[in-house]
Design a protein around this ligand. Sequence first.
Ligand SMILES: [Zn+2]
Ligand SMILES: [Zn+2]
Length: 145
Amino acid sequence: MTDKELQLLVEKISLSYFAKKFNHKAYFNNRLKTTGGRYHIQSHNIDINPKILEEHSYQTLLGVVKHELCHYHLHLAGYSGKHNTVAFKQMLNAVGGSRYAPAPKNKNVLKYVCSNCGQIYLRKRRINTNRYVCSKCHGKLIKRG
Ligand SMILES: [Zn+2]
Ligand SMILES: [Zn+2]
């Protein structure tokens, strides 16, 4: 999906779910790391993490777009638009937005499983399974994803 397509999608969702126009810019931002999307209070633009589509689904993207549009419309209507406000929660519920933008998966975490007892080990770095064994039972570790 291109920035242009995202822009059209946000405009469409804005009209059909909020009955209001989205008059600013929506674009993908590769630099977003910990969040699926962001609404900018200064510029009123919305940026979306492209990983949402790559790692999740179109449905997830719709939920994130609705979430950011709640911030957008509440803020422009003079509300704070913060997550913990009644106005935000009500609007989010009404349009079926996602409560939290799903964080992109952390590709750096490696998973190892003990072939003997099933103990799971999460490691940031690759480990040499010929040298390192399960600390519980000394079974052989197998890499899983
Ligand atoms: Zn938010
Ligand atoms: Zn074990």
